[in-house]
Design a protein around this ligand. Structure first.
Ligand SMILES: Cc1ncc(COP(=O)(O)O)c(C=O)c1O
Length: 382
């Protein structure tokens, strides 16, 4: 029996609810309401308050730095993951004949931006998966001396597969390509090492337990010494040019140059609070917890005859356990009637286990599936 690592009562609205849906949308910590009240007080307190807004922003970067194992100066707070991926697409010095390698199961925001480079002669090279899973040998085979970038999610939103980032780093190095990692389904639940890649992005409203309006971007300045951003604003520069020479641009040396204006401070206050709460539980404990619960979910699904997409090997999964379903929305709706929240779509149902879940939640999931008469014949494995 695995109890929760954080009491579900610390969240708004979880009374009587089994929340297995963090891969879609995490529940909201009650303490975020205090963080928002702090923001409101600081916002009203003139320039002294504004200093506190930026102190919270600095604190957030410090906390993220510890999580991704890079200095705070490598961390930028952008609006979301999609902005960070587009920043990479727009800022690298592409040459005709270059290619970008990524798998067919990636989240759309990791696929679309490269298609905008086609007119500059850049090919988006898609690696087909096998039964939805990425084989890193296929990624290696698709990459060649014209590969400028390999992009991948550390943990898949669709199948829950967790990739070996060290191996991906070796593959990228072998062809001298940059490596971009989307750690949205990894950060906050399993260890993330941004030192092994060139760029890393992550959403904050899922496993990091924060909200929307802020996304993490890590620019590994040891591996990529210079990055000329395509967009500029007051926050990008070291100092403002004077009236004599108003177009002079001196970029900030660190990742601050990638933030072109003020961040969304309410979101930053929430993120800082979420990171403080998460830091009270060691990442290794969260990882062991979700491995144990995920194993319980996986075993129960297999026992019932569901076709599970997530690998069995604990090192190849994090918090998402996915199974195919002919009608995922129906499964989601029937479970929701029993106050069990999961995500469904694209032919799959995703069960997400995080640090506030327990074995009891997994039992409730199976009681819900059993009483609703799932699996249906078409989703049975053969
Ligand atoms: C892998 C992955 N990346 C990014 C996102 C969200 O992107 P954004 O932060 O741009 O809204 C999601 C949302 O489901 C996702 O699953």
């Amino acid at each position: 029996m695995n109890g929760p690592l954080i009491d579900p009562n610390e969240f708004v609205g979880l009374e009587g609810v089994v929340h297995l849906c963090t891969g879609g949308e995490a529940p909201f910590l009650r303490s975020h309401l205090d963080a928002l009240a702090r923001f409101a007080r600081d916002k009203s307190d003139g320039m002294a308050g504004r200093e506190r807004l930026f102190a919270t922003y600095d604190s957030t970067k410090q906390r993220l730095s510890a999580l991704v194992h890079r200095p705070p100066a490598d961390v930028a707070l952008l609006a979301h993951v999609s902005e960070g991926i587009n920043l990479v697409a727009q800022s690298l010095d592409w040459r005709p004949g270059d290619n970008v390698v990524l798998a067919d199961v990636e989240f759309p925001s990791l696929i679309y931006p490269w298609t905008r480079l086609a007119h500059r002669g850049v090919e988006t090279r898609i690696v087909p998966t096998r039964a939805g899973l990425i084989d890193l040998n296929d990624v290696r085979a698709a990459a060649d001396e014209r590969t400028r970038l390999i992009a991948a999610s550390q943990v898949s939103y669709l199948t829950g597969q967790r990739l070996d980032i060290t191996r991906l780093c070796e593959i990228a190095s072998a062809v001298n390509a940059r490596l971009l990692i989307d750690a949205t389904h990894a950060l906050g639940v399993v260890p993330v090492d941004a030192g092994a890649c060139d760029f890393l992005v992550s959403s904050c409203y899922k496993w990091l337990l924060a909200a929307h309006g802020v996304g993490v971007f890590v620019w590994n300045r040891d591996r990529v010494p210079d990055l000329e951003p395509a967009s500029l604003g007051w926050h990008s520069v070291e100092w403002f040019a004077d009236v004599e020479n108003p177009t002079e641009v001196v970029l900030r040396p660190d990742a601050d140059r990638l933030e072109i204006g003020n961040p969304s401070f309410p979101s930053v206050y929430i993120l800082d609070n979420a990171l403080e709460r998460l830091a009270r539980v060691p990442t290794s404990a969260v990882e062991s917890h979700v491995r144990a619960l995920g194993g319980q979910v996986r075993d129960g699904l297999v026992e019932r005859g569901f076709r599970v997409l997530t690998p069995v090997e604990p090192s190849e999964r994090a918090g998402n356990i996915c199974f195919s379903s002919p009608d995922p929305l129906e499964v989601v709706a029937r479970l929701a009637e029993q106050h069990v929240l999961v995500w469904g779509g694209e032919g799959r149902v995703r069960v997400s286990v995080h640090l506030y879940n327990s074995s009891r939640d997994v039992d409730r999931l199976f009681a819900g599936l059993d009483s609703a008469g799932f699996p249906q014949v078409a989703s049975l494995s053969v």
